[in-house]
Design a protein around this ligand. Structure first.
Ligand code: NDP
Length: 319
């Protein structure tokens, strides 16, 4: 019997290739949690995933009702849950005016952070019930949201900064657009949401690792400059960015490599440590080993992660 892993946003990019690596290992059944059924099914087939190695269940992380419906549909399958990968994300760097979720929250944070926050909280109950020896919850982090790494120091459009969370405290609806309550900066909204992912992973670890034995971790798979994440950027950026990363910074990794790295963090006994952020560095070298990357001061601020947790729980209707 294969173990079961849910991967959000498995219709393309890192999520698709992680699904492929786990499905082809022969040990995992992958639940591809995606908003576009046809795109996902087509991608799974194109990557040669055996028909009985995956299922597609609809999930739109921007919509809280959809998250609840996804969990109901998953439970109806009657499978245990052994691992969860929070991978889906949007990035809208050129957006002039903030887009909103049905609940009225800014869309980057609403999707990447709040949608996953609700999903993690609901599925924690399922992970607790699994008898798998290595249950894991894995969140995709990124270098641009971590000022302890070079890529995170670049101040364009602004470094991540959640401030005193006053935007969340005020309800995060119109006219509020940013977590720190300041002016709307679309590229920063993405970085903020990924910083929230990191704080959430650490808070999950603090609250639940000891009592449940579940491993909570995050990873930066490398710069996968060819994925759909950059679809909303200038065409010139999309053209030059992969070349820049491949030939100048040396940070470029293929989707296949990134997928294999995610699969390792899900399934390899070497990655059983909880509460950490894995990286393979910003300059790729063949055979380079993974290591635990230090996170920024803000991402390791325990008071902030507690407050973020409380405010997020309120916004997704958990309290
Ligand atoms: P892609 O755009 O290729 O993949 C993003 C996935 O998220 C797609 O499957 C997309 O679905 C899905 N998604 C977007 N919005 C929603 C939603 N509302 N509900 C459900 N699914 C949704 O990007 P990547 O593969 O590059 O990104 C995957 C993860 O990797 C992200 O968390 C990103 O932050 C992280 N990452 C990426 C890096 C990179 O260099 N590319 C570097 C570091 C981290 P759809 O097909 O329907 O649009």
């Amino acid at each position: 019997q294969r173990s079961t892993v849910i991967i959000t946003g498995a219709s393309s990019g890192v999520g698709l290739f992680a699904a492929k690596a786990l499905a082809l290992s022969g040990k995992w059944h992958v639940i591809m949690a995606c908003r576009n059924f046809l795109k996902t099914e087509t991608a799974a087939r194109a990557e040669g995933m055996p028909r009985d190695s995956y299922s597609v269940i609809h999930l739109d992380l921007a919509c809280q009702e959809s998250v609840h419906q996804f969990v109901r549909n998953f439970r109806q399958m009657g499978r245990p849950l052994d691992a969860l990968v929070c991978n889906a994300a949007i990035y809208t760097p050129l957006q002039k005016k903030p887009q909103r979720t049905p609940e009225g929250y800014e869309l980057n944070v609403g999707t990447n952070h709040l949608g996953h926050f609700l999903l993690c909280n609901l599925l924690l109950e399922d992970l607790k019930k699994s008898s798998h020896p290595q249950r894991r919850m894995v969140i995709l982090g990124t270098v641009t949201a971590n000022p302890k790494e070079l890529g995170g120091k670049i101040p364009i459009p602004a470094p991540p900064d959640l401030g005193d969370l006053r935007g969340l405290e005020a309800g995060f609806q119109d006219p509020v657009t940013m977590i720190n309550g300041k002016k709307y900066k679309p590229g920063k909204a993405y970085k903020d949401s990924k910083l929230c992912n990191m704080l959430t992973m650490r808070e999950l670890h603090r609250r639940y690792h000891q009592s449940t034995g579940i491993t909570f971790s995050a990873l930066y798979p490398g710069c996968v400059a060819t994925t759909g994440l950059f679809r909303n950027h200038f065409w010139l950026f999309r053209f030059l960015f992969p070349k820049f990363q491949r030939f100048i910074t040396g940070g470029f990794v293929t989707e296949d490599t990134a997928g294999i790295r995610v699969a390792q963090v899900v399934a390899d006994p070497l990655f059983s440590k909880s509460g950490v952020y894995w990286s393979w560095g910003n300059r790729q070298k063949s055979g380079r080993e993974s290591f635990v990357q230090e996170v920024s001061d803000e991402a390791s601020d325990d008071q902030k992660s507690v407050r973020l947790w409380e405010l997020s729980a309120k916004l997704v209707g958990l309290t």
